[in-house]
Design a protein around this ligand. Structure first.
Ligand code: SF4
Ligand code: SF4
Length: 307
């Protein structure tokens, strides 16, 4: 199954019908148990995961997000600067999905958005010169998929509802727009720092680490949030994901989406400066310890050739 929900501005390559579809357009497609190609689409996967996919799957498996990422995901670059994306890791030494069972998907109720959309493709297209993102749809016709030969006709609107993608789109929309905005800002704003990509990774995918971060002393010293909101972030996954998007806009675009405590930025800069100075000093001392020019002279040293 190739991922039909690419977050790209250029149409993805692959067996795509070059027809742009809208919500009220009708497609002919039906995937049902008993069809001759049952499970074929899950035997060779290339599925990009979204923040809400990670949240749903990690909760389904009963593991923290960092464990899910270590065991079930592989990282790739979303753009030439190295903005991190993640994909579902296939079975060891193979291409099939690790959740595939004889009877079908082993995580069906929590399957990723890309699996829900298939064989419908969806793409966010940023309109030239605006911040508006338009959703467009198209059909993906892979030769092994016999669902296109089934007689059922259905509108895209109905298909999205049937497959439960509406909730996924709602939870991922802001993130998708952040990624598109970051990509389209291109070289004009320069390459983002490694630190900003680390924060992007944590806030996008590793929500359990992000939760710990929001409960840390450093975070509370920096951001001015009411106790009730902090409590909500501690207890409510979806509220935390929504807050993570506010945080990303602040980190990546400098938007003032979260109020800062007075003097917090200056204190943080002073702390950073002190940390860097301490690190440089320690490094200089370490080098000095290993630099032979500073070694204690041994017994023979200093004796002239005439000795
Ligand atoms: S998560 Fe489920 S539907 Fe998606 S590829 Fe795996 S087995 Fe197939
Ligand atoms: S009809 Fe298509 S989507 Fe359904 S099981 Fe067959 S290959 Fe997969």
């Amino acid at each position: 199954m190739s991922d039909p929900t690419k977050l790209v501005q250029n149409p993805p390559r692959g067996p795509i019908e070059p027809v742009r579809l809208g919500l009220d357009d009708v497609i002919q497609f039906h995937c049902r148990p008993g069809i001759a190609c049952w499970n074929e689409c899950c035997r060779s996967i290339d599925i990009q995961l979204t923040p809400y996919d990670v949240l749903r799957l990690s909760r389904r498996l009963g593991v923290p997000t960092w464990q899910f990422l270590a065991e079930y995901a592989v990282q790739f670059d979303l753009d030439p600067h190295g903005m991190p994306g993640i994909k579902l890791k296939p079975v060891e030494g193979g291409t099939a999905c690790r959740f595939l069972r004889e009877e079908g998907c082993g995580v069906y109720e929590d399957r990723p958005a890309a699996c829900r959309y298939y064989a419908l493709g969806a793409m966010g297209l940023r309109k030239m010169g605006t911040s508006e993102v338009e959703d467009i749809y198209f059909l993906v016709k892979e030769p092994h998929c016999l669902g296109h030969r089934e007689p059922r006709r259905i509108t895209i609107r109905e298909y999205r509802r049937e497959q439960g993608v509406e909730k996924y789109d709602e939870m991922n929309r802001e993130w998708r727009d952040i990624v598109l905005k970051k990509r389209s800002s291109g070289p004009t704003v320069g390459a983002p720092s490694e630190r900003s990509f680390d924060l992007f990774f944590m806030a996008s995918y590793d929500l359990d680490s992000f939760r710990l971060f929001t409960q840390s002393e450093g975070f509370r010293e920096m951001f001015d949030l009411p106790e009730a909101e902090l409590k909500r972030l501690e207890e409510d996954d979806e509220a935390l994901l929504a807050f993570a998007m506010r945080f990303l806009k602040q980190v990546l675009f400098g938007e003032r989406t979260i109020p800062l405590r007075p003097g917090a930025r200056e204190r943080r800069l002073a702390q950073r400066k002190a940390q860097i100075e301490a690190r440089l000093k320690a490094e200089a001392e370490r080098r000095q310890d290993h630099d032979p020019r500073y070694d204690e002279p041994d017994e023979d040293e200093g004796k002239g050739k005439s000795d």
